[in-house]
Design a protein around this ligand. Structure first.
Ligand SMILES: [Zn+2]
Ligand SMILES: [Zn+2]
Length: 279
């Protein structure tokens, strides 16, 4: 039983760390820099930790930049306010993601570029051979260590770990919780101490301050990934800019601002996602 719990928690935390640290804050937003060598290291770490549900950094980044630019409008690739249920949202997200992977959907030019790319590892990670072999590995581990067959009910979570994390963040983070900022979308902060999703559930803070590497904004909020980022910066593995954006909360933050014109909202969102809107 201890082995199964340890395996489940380790897979959950490490896979989620790869998603929030490497795919989200690095590949999609470029919140910090690292050497090519460390980029390769974290690329391999992503493959090992996401395993059977490997997500390609480039396609993830394009999808995510669209999410910021069109948040909770009908062009948002995964808003819970567009889809009637979680399942439909996940399937539509998967189709769009694979459209970018296979080149059948061409993203707007401004959402592309500046993402880490390793075509060989992407091909391996996305192949059925890799997905099925690693999935079989999870199954064998459960056969060896599960004290009762009922534990096998956890296996689908291992097989689909990456998309499940994405679905929790995209659904709950735009539907349940409190707001600190009058951002022009429906984002929310679901958990004030976000140990469950390593900071990803501070969606409202993140949409208002999209380039702030610390997703927490108020004294009682804790973003565990921010502590790891600071430690990695301290030892020189990554480099945070001395001018990083900081989320600032005041009592006035929740007062709705005058609506910005649609064009500038889009440009703001793209700039905030680390892209140059002029390109
Ligand atoms: Zn969001
Ligand atoms: Zn983001």
């Amino acid at each position: 039983m201890a082995a199964i719990i340890a395996f489940f928690v380790a897979h959950w935390v490490l896979s989620l760390f790869s998603q929030t640290f490497f795919l989200h804050r690095y590949a999609a937003h470029r919140m910090f820099t690292m050497s090519k060598g460390w980029e390769k290291f974290f690329y391999v770490f992503l493959y090992v930790t996401q395993g059977s549900s490997y997500l390609m950094p480039r396609a993830y980044a394009v999808l995510h930049r669209e999410h910021h630019a069109f948040s909770d409008t009908d062009r948002d690739p995964h808003s819970p306010h567009t889809y009637p249920n979680l399942n439909k949202m996940m399937l539509a997200t998967k189709d769009r993601y694979y459209g970018f992977v296979n080149g059948t959907i061409k993203p707007e030019k401004r959402f592309e570029g500046e993402t880490p790319e390793w075509p060989l590892l992407d091909r391996i990670g996305d192949s059925w051979v890799s997905r099925l072999t690693i999935g079989a590995g999870y199954t064998i581990f459960y056969i060896a260590f599960a004290p009762h067959w009922a534990f096998y009910a956890l296996l689908p979570i291992h097989y689909l770990m990456g998309p499940i994390h994405g679905a929790i963040v995209n659904w709950a983070g735009h539907k349940y919780g409190y707001r600190n900022f009058a951002s022009d979308d429906k984002s929310r902060n679901t958990l004030p101490l976000d140990f469950l999703m390593l900071g990803e559930l501070f969606q409202n803070n993140h949409h208002e301050f999209a380039m702030a590497p610390n997703f927490a904004a108020r004294w009682f909020e804790v973003d565990p990934t921010w502590s790891v980022i600071r430690a990695l910066d301290f030892v020189g593995i990554i480099k945070l800019s001395p001018h990083i954006q900081k989320a600032r909360w005041t009592k006035a933050s929740l007062v709705a601002k005058p609506k910005r014109a649609a064009k500038s909202t889009l440009a703001d969102a793209i700039a905030a996602a680390g892209m140059d809107p002029a390109e």
